[in-house]
Design a protein around this ligand. Structure first.
Ligand code: 6GU
Length: 243
């Protein structure tokens, strides 16, 4: 996958692309990237990229000129162009899986006040928000989106660690333990050292359900629950009522 990230502060992102799993994916040729400074495309004397709103209102808006040049230098229109904005569609794991299929992806980080609507109309295919809060730097949101996407590219991370993580199967992850078996008087749950794989699997599934019911009941309400699952949910809720 080729990732192009357009921003006024590309330096915010550079460390991510040069570190850890991303650096390895780049080195292995699974990911290539281009961090584009939008200001390089401002062809006016003061490299000015923003101006006041027509019709009045607070803040400054990014003007279309530099943005369109930067976008076209990245191949737009053509590839999917993701505009990172708190006013966009909510990002989630399914959205990440969808974007991970693209051969070319352009991410556009606007400043918080936004960009001229005509750029959205002409080039942007996806307006994406990472949650119901406001960040001052779209770059931080773009990094979250990039991180969620690139790790789903085949070969970047091994399959097993992807299948059981939070959200896969619509549930949060089960609790995990490693050595020592007793830490500060706290024991690892007995079932995990029993070697009984069916019991371990059942325990983990129940723990995923318990955690999802506690923190993210919204993930369950959208699912069609079969009788067995419904019964397990009821058991957990009853047990919680007794505690
Ligand atoms: Cl995508 N950008 C910014 N600046 N703030 C956000 C966001 C995006 N998603 C939630 N808050």
């Amino acid at each position: 996958m080729k990732l192009s990230v357009l921003s006024l502060f590309p330096g915010i992102m550079r460390g991510f692309f040069e570190s850890s799993i991303m650096a390895r994916a780049v080195q292995r040729g699974l990911v290539s990237y281009d961090l584009v400074d939008i200001r390089d495309f401002a062809n006016n004397k003061h490299n000015k990229v923003d101006d006041e709103l027509f019709g009045g209102g607070p803040g400054m808006l990014m003007m279309p000129g530099a943005l369109s040049l930067a976008l076209e230098a990245s191949g737009a229109p053509g590839p999917r162009v993701v505009y990172v904005t708190p006013g966009g569609r909510l990002f989630n794991q399914a959205y990440a899986r969808d974007l991970a299929k693209e051969e070319n992806l352009v991410l556009l980080c606007g400043r918080y006040e936004g960009i001229d609507q005509r750029i959205i109309d002409k080039y942007v295919t996806d307006e994406v928000s990472i949650g119901d809060y406001v960040l001052s730097s779209g770059e931080v949101a773009a990094l979250a989106i990039v991180d969620a996407i690139y790790r789903l590219i085949p070969g970047v991370i091994t399959g097993e660690s992807l299948d059981e993580e939070s959200f896969e199967g619509g549930l949060l992850e089960y609790p995990q333990y490693t050595r020592p078996a007793v830490y500060d008087t706290l024991r690892v749950p007995e079932v995990l050292v029993s070697g009984h794989h069916a019991n371990i699997e059942a325990w983990r599934y129940r723990k995923r359900l318990e955690k999802t019911l506690l923190y993210r009941p919204d993930l369950l309400s959208g699912k069609g629950l079969d009788d067995q699952l419904r019964q397990l949910v009821q058991e957990i809720l009853d047990q919680r009522g007794e505690e």
